[in-house]
Every structure is written in C-alpha cells, then in structure tokens.
Design a protein around this ligand. Structure first.
Ligand code: ADP
Ligand code: MG
Length: 379
C-alpha cells in the first residue's frame, strides 16, 4: 500500500488532474504534475509542476524519482513516455491499456473481440477503403479520426456517401473509422474502479445528454430499466478484467431505439460524466482513483441523493462573466470552476450540480439555473 505522505504523479494537468490532486491532498498525499502548459489547472495547485513536453527526458526522470506511482488524466500521453516510465516505477493504468484506448480502431476491435457489441464500423485508411466502407454500411455515418479525438473533435457526420471523401480529407487523410450513425434512445456511462488484485467497484450508472457531441448534462440515477443498467455494469466489468485494469475506467454506451446496448468508447481515467460523484457519493471518482492506484481498499460508491450535473463551456462567457449569483443563491447547487484563464467556445471551464430527492425536479431546476447564467447582450 502506498500511504499518505508519499508523492503521486499525474500525466496531464487539466481539470481531471486538478480534481485528482484535490482528492489526493485531502488524503495527505503530495502530487507532481507533468503538463507543458505553465497555467494548467492541476499544475497550479500541485506540490510540483513540471511544465515540460511529455517526451522530455529530464522531466520524466524527475517524475520517476519523485513518485511512488504515476497515473494519467488524459489518454493521449505518448505511449513511449508511459513505456519509459514503466521501466522505473508503477504506472496505473498500464502503458498497454493507454496504447489501446488511444486508438479507436484497436479499441473497437478489442471490444468486439471481448464479445461485446459496438455500432457497426469499418476501418478507413484511404479512399478505396472509404468507398468500400460506404458500400457496406447504410448511411448516415459518423467518420472519426482513429486517434486524438475528444469532445466531438476529429469527427464529422456524413448524411450522404457522396460527401464522405470531402469529410475524410477534412479530417486530414488519416486513419479513421466510419461508423453507422445509431438511432440513440439514450446514452449512459459506467465508471468503475478496479484494484490491483482485480476487485471491481462500480459507481451508479449515469445518463448523459450531449449537445454537439459534447457532454452537456449527466443525470443520476439514469432513467433506464434496472436490467439494462445491470447489463452495462457487467459489460464494463468484463472490459476492465480483460484489460487487467488498475485505476478508474469509464465506459460510454449507446442504448438504441431497439433497446440494444452498444459500447461506444472506453476512457482510461476519471470521466466528465462521473463528476457527480464529488457531490453525491460516499466516495468520489477522484478519491477512488487515489485508492486504486495506491493499492488501498475501494471506497463505497453509494449514491446519497439524485443529482443533475451540467457542464459549463466557454460559450457561456460570450457576453461576459456568467451570472454566478443566479446559481449561488440556490442552497442545493454546487459550483465547480477549474481555474482556466481563457474561456473559449467548447472549452470545459467548470460544471455545477443540483441535488434534490426527486430527479425530475432536479432536472427542471438545473435547466432553469443554466438558462439564467448567460448574460443577455442587451442588458
Ligand atoms: P468523443 O471521443 O469525442 O467523446 P464519441 O465517439 O464518444 O467521441 O462521440 C461523441 C458523441 O457523438 C457521442 O456521445 C454521441 O452523442 C455522438 N455519436 C458518436 N458516435 C455515434 C454513432 N455511431 N451514432 C450516433 N451518435 C454518435
Ligand atoms: Mg465520448
């Protein structure tokens, strides 16, 4: 067991790293963050901030020397960096897991090989493969870059096969997956912690509402049949065991209009749809991340209240600083801001949660608060 007082390392200094750092600090750990941005949200509160490239040999040396264990808060850390660190200290989740989840093609093949369904897809390396894929799948499609996509970036909707070539070029002529657009009834996610010895503890299933392919809202408990929620937890657990996973892992699912459950993607880290755990569970996903990577027993994931989480994107700053007063006067609303200096459209600046015994009432309130946050340019 890695006990309080020890230094934990994080690759990536965004909001997920920041909330991990806060949880680790609460428990008495020290944290070192590697992120090239000198103003990174996690770096600014960490005990040590190495602002260097993820491939910087000196920074990796410093990190390996200082830390008992190293984790990641985003999946696009170069695989070589993790392999390098793994020869010198514990990296959880492993370099192998990160390499797999960095690449949509490898990830989807792995999911299917594990026996679990995804939306129908084809791998597209070039134009002949693209036209073959368009012949095999029925439109509309979503074309996604195989690597480096997030929050809907690096993907495009294709309504008509005639537009496929243009979309492939627009994404940079690189390896992509062409996916059939699924008739989604609902999106859900399962966040779990898996310990070094293979014990799995799942948080309650979350229901996710996306706007423009970016998470907008999470509702818990998810409004799904208990059998489907159970099935999603079983599928996520199957994937975590198959990966011999250690740490926090999130699995996103689509529930189709035909009531099929399809795996969308795996995130090898805490997840935006798990932020509700900070305000509504006995243990948050970030405390659980600390516990899992340190070899501590899992904390209880029990939900204490129905809750709605709403993301605050940079768009909300368009006409000035949001009207925080409209949120803060609600005693059941919880504001979380990530300390980012510049608000850009689509950038995750923070989130808020609304807790109430009745989920439908919480949803009405959360929507109402959200609608009052942005400034009217005429005022
Ligand atoms: P990202 O890595 O950007 O989160 P996702 O593959 O999760 O990429 O896609 C983002 C969102 O776009 C999904 O949550 C979903 O709302 C929508 N989406 C993605 N793929 C499909 C699909 N095959 N059919 C329907 N909607 C999709
Ligand atoms: Mg996603």
């Amino acid at each position: 067991m890695i006990l309080p007082g020890t230094t934990l390392g994080v690759l990536g200094g965004g909001q997920l790293g920041r909330m991990f750092t806060m949880a680790a600090h609460t428990m008495g750990y020290r944290v070192a963050v590697l992120d090239p941005d000198p103003d990174s949200p996690a770096g600014r509160i960490a005990d040590q901030h190495l602002h260097a490239a993820y491939t910087d040999a000196w920074a990796l040396d410093q990190l390996a020397k200082a830390c008992a264990v190293i984790t990641t808060e985003f999946e696009n850390v170069p695989a070589d960096t993790l392999c390098n660190l793994e020869t010198r200290c514990s990296v959880r989740p492993s370099a192998r897991v990160l390499a797999l989840t960095q690449d949509r093609v490898r990830e989807k093949n792995f999911i299917n090989q594990t026996g679990l369904p995804t939306a129908p897809f084809r791998v597209v390396h070039n134009l002949p493969a693209l036209s073959a894929a368009c012949n095999e799948l029925t439109p509309p499609y979503i074309i996604k870059r195989s690597s480096l996509g997030y929050d809907g970036k690096g993907q495009m909707l294709i309504d008509d096969p005639a537009a496929a070539e243009k979309a492939f070029h627009a994404l940079g002529d690189m390896k992509c997956v062409l996916e059939k657009q699924v008739n989604i009834a609902l999106e859900i996610s399962v966040i779990l912690g898996r310990s070094y010895d293979g014990t799995i503890v799942c948080f309650p299933v979350a229901e996710n509402i996306h706007h423009n392919a970016i998470l907008h809202m999470t509702l818990v408990p998810a409004r799904v049949e208990a059998v489907l929620a159970r099935k999603a937890i079983d599928m996520a657990s199957t994937l975590a065991h198959a990966l011999e996973y250690c740490g926090i892992m999130a699995v996103e699912f689509f529930i189709t209009k035909e009531n099929e459950l399809l795996v969308n993607e795996i995130a090898p880290r805490p997840h935006n749809s798990g932020h509700y755990t900070l305000d509504a569970c006995v243990t948050s996903q970030f405390e659980q991340q600390v516990r899992m990577i340190c070899g501590l027993p899992a904390g209880e994931p029990r939900l204490l209240s129905p809750i709605v989480m709403v993301n605050l994107l940079g768009d909300l700053w368009e006409n000035g600083i949001p009207r925080w007063g409209a949120l803060l006067h609600h005693s059941n609303a919880k504001l979380h801001l990530y300390g980012k200096l510049e608000a850009r459209p689509g950038r995750k600046m923070g989130h808020f949660c609304y807790l109430q015994n009745d989920l439908e009432k919480a949803l009405v309130m959360a929507n109402d608060i959200f609608n009052h946050l942005s400034r009217d340019p005429k005022m």
